[in-house]
Write a protein that binds this ligand. Structure first.
Ligand SMILES: [Ca+2]
Length: 202
């Protein structure tokens, strides 16, 4: 994957944003291997490469009982070589829930990336590029190494892991999370509706 660290990319945001249907992901991944498209902001590459293996972690709690069928209780954001988000639910995970994450990678005050998924299902290693909450454009960023986990058979947190290179190696990130019960149409947000948790530095 180091082949993707191409410092010659001038506009990584745009270069990395590839129009995609979201299907045929295997082909898209192969395309990426052959492509010089980089995810890394060339200006940040030397500093990122020399950075010590430090990490920052922020935890923010969410009220229990503020929603039905879905109920976030705690969010932990870890900023290492990947951004890892673990979300505790106060109620058991069930089929028919949708877990949505918005990531602000520091490019202005709005979200930059979005991903959602359902429990116990496969997923494509793809992030959606967004400009604001509710943005549903079909602009995607291939993100090899991304992991999305939600298992209704365990009590483990819902978690995502997104390599920093997919986010153009941000110096800090913050995350907003929404759990939705699609049949009951109830939602719970953390930190709050369309509101991010604290910044988490690298
Ligand atoms: Ca809650």
């Amino acid at each position: 994957m180091s082949a993707h660290l191409d410092a010659s990319v001038e506009t990584p945001d745009h270069e990395a944003n590839r129009l995609s249907s979201g299907t045929g992901n295997g082909d898209a991944r192969n395309e990426m291997v052959d492509s010089p498209t980089g995810y890394v902001d060339s200006g940040l590459l030397p500093a990122a490469a020399a950075a010590p293996a430090t990490a920052d972690t922020k935890v923010f709690d969410n009220p229990v009982g503020d929603s039905t069928f879905v109920d976030i209780s705690r969010v932990r954001v870890i900023h290492r070589d990947s951004v890892i988000v673990r979300v505790r639910s106060a109620v058991p995970l069930t089929a028919g829930q949708l877990y949505a994450f918005w990531i602000d990678a520091g490019h202005g005050r709005r979200p930059d990336y979005y991903v959602d998924f359902r429990p116990n299902t496969g997923f494509d290693e793809v992030l959606r590029r967004v400009r604001y909450f509710g943005d549903r454009r079909s602009r995607f960023v291939q993100c090899p190494g991304m992991r999305l986990r939600a298992d209704i058979l365990t009590s483990k947190p819902v978690s995502i892991r997104i390599p920093r290179r997919c986010l153009t190696n941000p110096g800090r990130v913050r995350v907003a999370v929404q759990f939705k019960d699609e049949s009951a149409d109830t939602v719970d947000w953390a930190a709050d509706r369309r509101t991010f948790g604290p910044w988490v530095k690298r």
